[in-house]
Write a protein that binds this ligand. Structure first.
Ligand SMILES: NC(=O)c1ccc[n+]([C@@H]2O[C@H](COP(=O)([O-])OP(=O)(O)OC[C@H]3O[C@@H](n4cnc5c(N)ncnc54)[C@H](OP(=O)(O)O)[C@@H]3O)[C@@H](O)[C@H]2O)c1
Length: 311
C-alpha cells in the first residue's frame, strides 16, 4: 500500500508515518519546511513539500498512492483563543479537504480517510450519541462537518471510499494540550471549572493512530467514532493526572467566573459532556484500544516523562 498523509509532522501524523512504515507500506508525508522534511524522513517516510491548498502540487506528491489521509489541523493552543485563531483550522478542514479530495480523484485512490471530531454530532444536553445521530455542529465543529460532507460528495462523484474517523479528545505525552495541562496542574493554574461532573470522551493518540492504520487496510465507506472504552468526568481525569504528577489536587472555580477569565471556549470544554462509544469501530474493524481508560493512558504518559526527565 502507498499512503499520502497531510499533517505528517503532527502528533497524529508522525505516529501514522511510523506505523505504516513498520507494516512495510510506503508513505509520502506532506510537509512545509526543511524541519518537516527531516521529521518525516526520521519516521521512515518520504517528504513532499507543497501547499495544502494546491491540488496540483498535492497530486505530484501523491502519485501512485492508493490511500489518502487528511490528518492536518491547526487547533489553537492558546488558553483563550479568539474566533480568528480558528481561521486556519477551518481553512484546512474546508479548502484543504477540497484540494485533497481533488487530488484523490486524480490519483484514482481507493480510499480517502478524513480526520474529524465527535463534537459534530454531540447533543447540547450531553446525552449519548452514536454515528447515526443527526449532526448538530457548533461554531467550532462546523468546518469539521463541512469537511466530512466535501469528502462524502467527492467519494460518490469520483468513486473512491471515504472513511470519516471522528476522534474524541486526544491526549499523549507529546500533545501540546496534554503538556499544557500537566504544567498548569503543577503550577496550580488549572482549576476544575464548574462541578467537574461533565464527562469527556477521550483517546490516547497511539490508539487514534492504530485505528487509522486498521481502517486504511480495510477500505470501505462510513463514519466511525474513535474514543476509548470509558468516558471520564473532568474531576476524575484532572484529579488522577495531578496525583500521578505529585501535583496538588485542582481547585474549583464557578463557571461564571471562569467565563470572565478564560472565555467561553474553555468553559464549554470543561462543562459540556460528550458521551459516545467505540462499538462500531470495534465491530467493523476489530480495533481495540491499547489504553482502554484514561488511567492506563496517564500512567504511560507520566512514565514516559519520567524517563525523559520531564517530571
Ligand atoms: N480530536 C482532538 O482532540 C484533536 C484533534 C486535533 C488536534 N488536537 C490537539 O491540538 C493540539 C494542536 O494540534 P495541531 O493539529 O495544531 O498540531 P499537530 O497535530 O502537532 O500538527 C498538525 C499538523 O498539521 C500540519 N499543518 C498545520 N497547518 C497547516 C497548513 N496550513 N498546511 C498544511 N499543513 C498544516 C502541521 O504541519 P507543520 O509541522 O508544518 O506545522 C502538522 O503536521 C495537539 O495537542 C493535538 O493533540 C486534538
Amino acid at each position: 500500500m502507498r499512503v499520502f498523509i497531510t499533517g505528517a509532522t503532527g502528533v497524529l501524523g508522525r505516529r501514522l508515518v511510523k506505523l505504516f512504515c513498520a507494516r512495510g507500506d510506503s508513505v509520502v508525508g506532506l510537509v512545509r519546511s526543511p524541519v518537516g522534511e527531516q521529521t518525516v524522513i526520521a519516521s521512515g517516510g518520504e517528504p513532499h513539500r507543497a501547499e495544502l491548498f494546491d491540488a496540483g502540487a498535492l497530486a505530484r506528491g501523491a502519485e501512485g498512492c492508493d490511500v489518502i489521509i487528511h490528518a492536518a489541523t491547526s487547533i489553537p493552543v492558546k488558553t483563550r483563543p479568539r474566533a480568528r485563531d480558528w481561521e486556519m483550522n477551518d481553512r484546512i478542514r474546508r479548502e484543504g479537504t477540497e484540494a485533497l479530495a481533488t487530488c484523490a480523484a486524480k490519483m484514482g485512490a481507493k480510499l480517502y480517510l478524513q480526520q474529524s471530531v465527535i463534537w459534530v454530532a454531540r447533543p447540547a444536553d450531553g446525552s449519548f450519541f452514536d454515528e447515526d445521530a443527526p449532526a448538530q455542529p457548533d461554531q467550532l465543529s462546523r468546518s469539521a462537518f463541512d469537511g466530512e460532507n466535501i469528502t462524502h460528495e467527492a467519494g460518490e462523484k469520483y468513486g473512491f471510499n471515504v472513511s470519516v474517523l471522528r476522534c474524541g479528545w486526544f491526549y499523549s505525552a507529546d500533545a501540546a494540550h496534554t503538556r499544557f495541562f500537566a504544567e498548569s496542574l503543577r503550577a496550580r493554574r488549572l482549576p476544575v471549572i464548574g462541578h467537574g461532573d461533565a464527562v469527556w470522551a477521550i483517546l490516547h493518540l497511539d490508539d487514534a493512530a492504530s485505528a487509522f492504520v486498521t481502517a486504511a487496510a480495510a477500505p470501505c465507506s462510513g463514519i466511525w467514532h474513535l474514543v476509548d472504552d470509558q468516558a471520564v468526568s473532568v474531576r476524575e481525569f484532572l484529579d488522577y493526572f495531578a496525583e500521578r504528577l505529585a501535583a496538588p489536587r485542582p481547585w474549583q472555580v464557578p463557571a461564571w467566573l471562569a467565563r470572565l477569565v478564560a472565555g467561553s471556549y474553555a468553559v464549554d470544554f470543561f462543562t459540556t459532556s460528550s458521551r459516545t462509544s467505540n462499538a462500531r469501530v470495534r465491530r467493523d474493524f476489530g480495533w481495540t484500544p491499547r489504553f482502554p481508560t484514561f488511567r492506563e493512558g496517564i500512567d504511560q504518559i507520566v512514565a514516559n516523562w519520567t524517563v525523559e526527565g520531564v517530571v
